[in-house]
Design a protein around this ligand. Structure first.
Ligand code: ZN
Length: 348
């Protein structure tokens, strides 16, 4: 019997810095940045989209070794099955099962292939920690019930006005030249998704802090990148000294083999970690007010101001165990945030 694979699952809403965190963590010894593994079957296997290393996934030597152990001929069916099982309308039932202490996502014949995927990734990379930035809470709940998977949840949260602004940008799925765009939900929908996914993440896992759940805000991460990544590495069970930092806010990145995720996963070389704050000037008053109204309960829970130009994110005032136990990282104010709209990390 193989030891369980430790999966660091990045949960929450999109556009919260998960691609950045995944790529940086992938530089640590013993860590494999897998990217958004829930998309492996469709975007990787069926569509043969680029791996983080730049090759089409089916041409990447690492994924060739992993794929040999998987039922790749059934990839399209597995992808369709996952979409069906993880639908938004299944959320109430998922949460009811979780409260009753039973599997939140019922077992399914494809689960064996999913468990094989994580075992094969760990075996062929030699990693002690596999970083999965799939974000969708129901998929994380499914993973947590798989045999051979030890789940640790990193909950990334970002100001919903920033994520709503980010969602509206036109971006190619795999870079500017890609005619297929990343999804662009209207701000109201982006706001509601932010509230739902962050609330569900808290409901599913916050009571597992400090060993199984860590909450980090994008604003704190970009205010003090090195210290925040050290906390995340320690949480994942990785040597915090082994990171790629060449300065408090600069990393040197080598290519990863991540599946799906923001196009910025292909960046390599020296990369400054800065906050993208373009939304503060460019999000319209109407959109700001709409997103603020729709996400009000979450703003309070995660410590974001209601008024634009108000004080930066203060200490989160929610009563989640993560906060009580001091596991919410940092308390950086907006004054510390280095402004760099062009090079800022705003992605998902
Ligand atoms: Zn690759």
């Amino acid at each position: 019997m193989n030891p369980p694979v430790r999966v660091l699952y990045l949960a929450g809403s999109g556009r919260s810095g998960s691609t950045l965190v995944t790529t940086v963590l992938g530089q640590y010894d013993g860590v494999f940045a897998a990217g958004e593994l829930r998309y492996l079957w469709q975007r990787g296997e069926v569509e043969n989209r680029p791996c983080g290393c730049g090759r089409p996934l089916r041409d990447c030597p690492l994924w060739q070794r992993v794929r040999r152990e998987l039922p790749t001929d059934r990839a399209a069916a597995i992808a369709a099955g996952l979409r069906g099982r993880l639908r938004m309308r299944g959320l109430p039932a998922l949460l009811r099962r979780h409260r009753r202490g039973v599997r939140p996502v019922p077992a399914h014949p494809d689960d064996a292939a999913l468990a094989d995927l994580y075992a094969a990734v760990a075996r062929h990379t030699g990693a002690r920690v596999v970083v999965d930035s799939s974000k969708l809470p129901p998929y994380g709940a499914l993973l947590g019930a798989l045999p051979g998977v030890e789940l640790r949840v990193l909950h990334l949260v970002r100001d919903p006005r920033a994520t709503a602004f980010s969602w509206r940008r036109r971006r190619g799925l795999d870079g500017d030249a890609d005619p297929e765009l990343m999804s662009r939900p209207p701000v109201a929908k982006a706001a509601l998704l932010w509230l739902v996914w962050n609330t569900v993440t808290v409901r599913l896992w916050a009571d597992r802090a400090p060993a199984g759940y860590l909450r980090v805000r994008y604003e704190d991460l970009t205010a003090d990148p090195e210290a925040t990544l050290r906390r995340i590495a320690a949480f994942a069970g990785v040597d915090p000294d082994g990171g790629p930092f060449t300065g408090p806010a600069t990393v040197r990145l080598t290519p990863t083999h991540s599946v799906a995720g923001n196009p910025s996963r292909h960046r390599t070389g020296p990369v400054p970690i800065t906050a993208d704050v373009q939304w503060r000037h460019n999000l319209s008053r109407r959109s700001y007010a709409l997103v603020t109204a729709l996400t009000a309960p979450g703003l309070r829970r995660f410590g974001y101001p209601w008024r634009r130009g108000g004080p930066g994110p203060g200490p989160a005032v929610g009563s989640g165990p993560a906060v009580v136990s001091g596991q919410t990282v940092g308390s950086g104010g907006s004054a510390q945030v280095r402004q760099s709209a062009a090079a800022g990390h705003e992605e998902g």
